[in-house]
Design a protein around this ligand. Structure first.
Ligand code: S3P
Length: 188
């Protein structure tokens, strides 16, 4: 059952006009930053870019390979550079990897130059969604539920610094996108 009232085209256009910065989606692995981000960009008629994909392109390696060959701190350095570049280049929607907003410098760049939107979901939903792919190095060693719970506890103080927060359940992406637009409209 849908709980989110739809936004019509005129409302979306009104909110789109108010946007003066990129929208950066943050939150744990599996919350749907990339899929919701694509939908959000489609509704707004703007560009979408996935920071993890851009990091992979720049390194010519998958995220798993970067972690394996060079380690996490090398990945975080690349992530910081790529996100800073994307924020400078992109007027639209940017999805980031779950750890990006935890890095002090990356978080400051996002908060100063974009609207950070924290998408939050119950851990059980994240466990189910992340189990569909084995591309996430941080979930390879151990029980995914325990890892995601620990990451949530460690990262919540950072995620909660985002200007906007929305909760996403197992609802269609368009509904989460509408929630984001309404929350941004309220915050602006
Ligand atoms: C990570 C999340 C991943 C990816 C990398 C590290 C994290 O992105 O950036 O595996 O630290 O939470 P998603 O959140 O898109 O899965």
């Amino acid at each position: 059952m849908s709980e989110e009232t739809p936004l019509d085209t005129a409302e979306i256009a009104r909110i789109a006009k108010r946007l003066d910065r990129p929208i950066v989606l943050v939150g744990l692995m599996g919350v749907g930053k990339s899929t919701v981000g694509r939908k959000l960009a489609e509704l707004l008629g703007c560009g979408f870019v996935d920071a993890d994909e851009e990091i992979e392109k720049a390194a010519q390696r998958s995220i798993s390979e970067i972690f394996k060959e060079f380690g996490e701190s090398y990945f975080r350095d690349g992530e910081r550079r790529v996100i800073t570049r994307l924020i400078g280049e992109t007027g639209g929607v940017i999805a980031t990897g779950g750890g990006a907003f935890v890095d002090d410098e990356t978080r400051a760049v996002i908060l100063d130059n974009a609207i950070a939107v924290w998408i939050h979901s119950d851990i059980d939903i994240l466990v189910e969604r992340t189990s569909r792919r084995d591309t996430r190095p941080l979930l390879q060693n151990g029980d995914p539920k325990e890892i995601l719970t620990n990451l949530y506890e460690a990262r919540e103080p950072y995620y909660s610094q985002a200007q906007v927060k929305v909760t996403s359940a197992n609802t269609p992406h368009a509904e989460t996108a509408w929630s984001i637009l309404k929350a941004i409209d309220k915050w602006l």
